[in-house]
Design a protein around this ligand. Sequence first.
Ligand code: ZN
Length: 466
Amino acid sequence: MGFHRKIERGVMAGFGLVAVLCLLVGFASSPARADDLAELLERELREASIQQDAAIQQENDALSTGALDEGGAVPLAPSSAAPAQGGPAVTSIRIGDHGSQTRFVMEISGDAPADYRVFTLSDPFRVVIDVKGVPFRLVEEPVDKHKGFVSGYRYGRFEADTYRVVLDAELPVEISRDFVLDPQSGFGRRIVLDLAPTDLASFNAKSGLPESARPAAPAAEIAAVPVSPPAERLERRRVVVIDAGHGGVDPGTHGRSGVQEKDVVLAFAKKFAEELRSTGRYDVHLTRDSDIFIPLRERVAIARRHKADLFISVHADAIQKPNVRGMSIYTLSETASDKEAAALARKENQSDLIAGLDLQGESPEVTGILIDLAQRETKNYSSRFARTVVDYASQKTRTLDPPHRFAGFVVLKAPDVPSVLIELGFLTNPEDEKQLVSPTWRATMAKTLSRSVDRYFGDRLAEGPN
Ligand code: ZN
């Protein structure tokens, strides 16, 4: 499953020469000189009638010797000035606008090889770059992430040893070239990608996950795992799965201070797990305990693999109006309880897109009468737990009105695991933000939620195995 360089030679054949010229025109400081230079190069290249590979080599040499900078990409961070701490890392990401092309450069410190793969995805248009074994330690973040055809990007851990950058493209683009420059002239090793606009048909023909990036299909697993009868569950310790939303390449939302949802909810999930474990009554599992991305359906699959009795997904919200604040709790419903709930579910369900997953061809729903029946019962229990949480939490912190809402969150779709999604508060509200980053508030709320879990299972136990 090693990565490989994916170069689209068919495209390069027609594009290489033009690209070299466009780039040169783009960087030369004086327009008159640029024209001369371009003409000169064009003549030289024509006369030599060199191969595409040789043309690339020539440009690489020019870049490496410092005759040109990296395609004019604006250095966003003084990469080489930052010594690597604790092994090789991606120290800088740069994006340059060259008119007909947008160039992406990723710089790696140390002597790590550039083991990478690149591919494009549709709906929306995205370019994904995965590197193996080199975490991100960027020296500085660019203020403006909009350059050329790239409207924004994010990066982070994707899988155990895979780190991912996802670029959002404004239009269908193709990876006209990708290559590696070896360390030279104070720069580390660089992965360079050139993006050029293409038509929708060619984009769609080429986009999609490469074989090595295909995840296991948890959707199929949902149909395969039998629903265990309630009686069997009562004989063992209750299993609670806590799901810290987002993670890795998907940061979720953020507050004004720059604090990110993925970090806040992970800190809370860990505290909550600690609190539940300390009662000695539960087997507690986290879907993630580090800054890593987990696909939505995989989170559901994790809950089912552990035969969870309760699944609690933890998030923090954001909204345009900074005065809106308070905790809210969501359970699954085909019909959303209000416009805000529907919008929130849409936003949270985008997690997989944000992280650069290809959702095409995935079966959207699992059907079947047994699952349907289980789901109905599950929904009742989910709602019951949600009401319990509201009872307890509203005594300890501010809640939204109404606090219990319904919408179609993907992460709540296990047919046989009562599931809720808790929005701890709004990172866009200064008071809520202060609470969310406060260990004291988190400890109080973890205790409060733990009590509502006790209450919920206490009630279920009291009513017997039905
Ligand atoms: Zn979220």
